[in-house]
Design a protein around this ligand. Structure first.
Ligand SMILES: C[S@@+](CC[C@H](N)C(=O)[O-])C[C@H]1O[C@@H](n2cnc3c(N)ncnc32)[C@H](O)[C@@H]1O
Length: 420
C-alpha cells in the first residue's frame, strides 16, 4: 500500500517525532533562554573574530570540544550580529559562506552518531571520537590546521581536573596560530540548585555526583536507576588559576574577555531537589511561559529563598536576586488583574520605586507597555502567546544583568582571546 509506505518513509526521517518544548534536553529554556544568553554574551567577540578573518581574506575554522550531538554548531551559527530592529532581517554573525570548517570531538560514540546523522550532509563538518583527558588528541594537534574558535558548551570542561584543563588550554595555545577565541564552559560552584554542596572547602577541587535525573518525569525519578558521574564545580577564581597556569607554562597571553553565570533562575536541578532541600518548579514554569497556547500559573515563579547559615555573601546575593524576580512577577500579576480590555487602561498601576535596581525597573516598565499594547487583542490567546513569553524574556534579561560571572549559576562561562 503506497500510503503505508509513504507514512513509514516520513516516520523514518525522524521528523515525525513528537517534539515538545516543555521537557527534555532541548526544552524551551535551553533554546530560548540558555542558548540565547550564551549567544548574546558571545556576540561582540564573535563579530570581532569574523572581522579579523575577513580582513585577512580567510574563513573560520571552529573546534567544538565535547561536542555531543553537535549542539554547538546550531548555537554558534545562530549568533546574530546585533539585536535587530523590528524592520530588519536578522543576519548571522557567521554566514554560511564564512564558515570553513566545524570539527566536533567527543568521547561518546552514541552522541557522535547522532551528530553525524544530524549534520552528515554538511561537508564542512567532521566528527572525531577522542578522549580529551590528556589534552587535544593527536588527530587534532597533528592532522588539523589551527582553529580560530575553540568552543565548549554546557559544562563540558567540568569533566576535567585542574591539570587536565591546564593541558587543554596549553594544547590550544600550541595549536592555534596568531589569534584565537576560546569559550570555556563549566558548572558554577555556588548555584542555588546545589546549596547542599556550598560548604565544600573553597581551596579544594570539588566534584559533585551529577545525575541527569531531570530528564525523567518526576514520578519516575525514584524508580529509575540513574547513573551518576563526577562533574567539577567551579568559581571564577578557580578558572583564573587554570588560565594563569596555562599562560605561564606555554608563555602565551590568554586574556579573559567576559565571564557570565547562566541559569541562576532556571537551572535544571532547581526542580529535582537532588542537591537542595527546597526545590522550585522554575524550569517547568518558564518552559510553560514560552509555550504557545499554554497558560501559566505565574505564582509558581515566586521564590521563597531559604538562606543557608554561614554563607552571608551568597545569601545576600540570592536574596536580592530572587526578590527582584519576585517583584517583577507580582507586578505582572497585578497588571494583568487590573487591566481593562475595553478601555485599554489599568484600574491601578503598581508602584515602581526609584531605588529599585535599573534592570528591575526596566523589566517592570516593559511588562506594563507590552500588556497595555496588546492586552486588548481578542484572538490568538494574547496572554499565553505574547505576554507570558515576554515575561520569560524579561526574567532572562534580569538574570543577564544581575549575574556577576562568579559561579553562582548552573553554568559558569569564560570567553578568552589568545594572541601569540
Ligand atoms: C554536558 S555535555 C555537553 C554536550 C554538548 N556540547 C551540548 O552543548 O549539549 C558534555 C560532553 O562532554 C563529553 N565528554 C565527557 N568526557 C569527555 C572526555 N574525556 N573526552 C571527550 N569528551 C568528553 C560527553 O560525552 C558530552 O557529550
Amino acid at each position: 500500500m503506497p500510503e503505508r509506505k509513504a507514512y513509514s518513509q516520513a516516520f523514518n526521517t525522524g521528523r515525525y517525532e513528537k517534539v515538545t518544548g516543555l521537557f527534555g534536553k532541548y526544552d524551551n529554556v535551553r533554546r530560548l533562554w540558555e542558548d540565547q544568553i550564551t549567544s548574546i554574551f558571545l556576540r561582540p567577540h564573535l563579530n570581532n573574530l569574523v572581522d579579523y578573518k575577513k580582513k585577512r581574506l580567510e574563513r573560520l575554522r571552529i573546534l567544538d570540544l565535547g561536542c555531543g550531538a553537535a549542539d554547538g554548531y546550531d548555537l554558534i551559527m545562530g549568533v546574530t550580529t546585533k539585536d535587530p530592529g523590528i524592520y530588519e532581517y536578522v543576519t548571522a554573525a557567521i554566514t554560511d559562506d564564512m564558515l570553513k570548517r566545524y570539527v566536533g570531538v567527543d568521547v561518546n560514540e552514541d552522541l557522535l552518531r547522532q551528530a553525524r546523522e544530524y549534520l552528515g550532509d554538511n561537508s564542512k563538518t567532521e566528527f572525531i571520537q577522542a578522549d580529551l583527558t590528556q589534552g587535544l588528541p593527536p588527530e587534532i594537534l597533528r592532522d588539523q590546521a589551527p582553529f580560530d574558535f575553540y568552543f565548549s558548551s554546557y559544562g563540558t570542561l567540568s569533566h576535567f581536573h585542574h591539570d587536565e584543563c591546564v593541558k587543554i588550554f596549553c594544547d590550544i595555545c600550541e595549536h592555534t596560530s596568531e589569534y584565537a577565541l576560546v569559550m570555556a564552559d563549566w558548572l558554577g560552584r555556588y548555584s542555588y540548585e546545589w546549596q547542599d554542596l556550598w560548604h565544600e572547602p573553597a581551596d579544594r577541587e570539588v566534584f559533585m555526583d551529577y545525575r541527569i535525573s531531570y530528564i525523567f518525569p518526576e514520578e519516575e525519578r525514584g524508580e529509575a536507576n540513574i547513573t551518576s558521574f563526577p562533574l567539577r564545580l567551579m568559581s571564577r577564581d578557580e578558572v583564573m588559576s587554570i588560565i594563569n597556569e596555562a599562560s605561564r607554562i606555554c608563555g602565551v597571553d590568554i586574556k579573559p574577555l567576559a565571564f557570565f553565570d547562566r541559569s541562576l533562575f532556571v537551572g535544571r536541578h532547581l526542580e529535582t531537589g537532588d542537591y537542595n532541600r527546597h526545590p522550585l518548579k522554575h524550569r517547568s514554569t518558564v518552559n510553560s511561559l514560552f509555550e504557545h497556547y499554554v497558560r501559566t500559573d505565574l505564582e509558581r515563579l515566586l521564590t521563597d529563598y531559604q538562606p543557608r547559615p554561614g554563607f552571608d555573601h551568597l545569601n545576600t546575593f540570592f536574596e536580592s536576586f530572587f526578590m527582584c524576580c519576585n517583584t517583577l512577577v507580582t507586578h505582572t500579576i497585578s497588571l494583568l488583574s487590573g487591566y481593562d480590555a475595553q478601555s485599554g487602561e489599568f484600574s491601578e498601576t503598581p508602584e515602581i520605586q526609584p531605588y529599585y535596581p535599573p534592570p528591575l525597573k526596566e523589566a517592570m516598565h516593559s511588562m506594563k507597555r507590552v500588556i497595555k499594547g496588546v492586552g486588548w487583542l481578542e484572538w490568538g490567546d494574547v496572554r499565553a502567546n505574547v505576554i507570558e513569553p515576554h515575561l520569560g524574556f524579561s526574567l532572562r534579561k534580569m538574570e543577564m544583568d544581575l549575574q556577576t560571572g562568579s559561579g553562582f549559576g548552573h553554568g559558569l562561562v569564560g570567553i578568552f582571546e589568545i594572541r601569540k
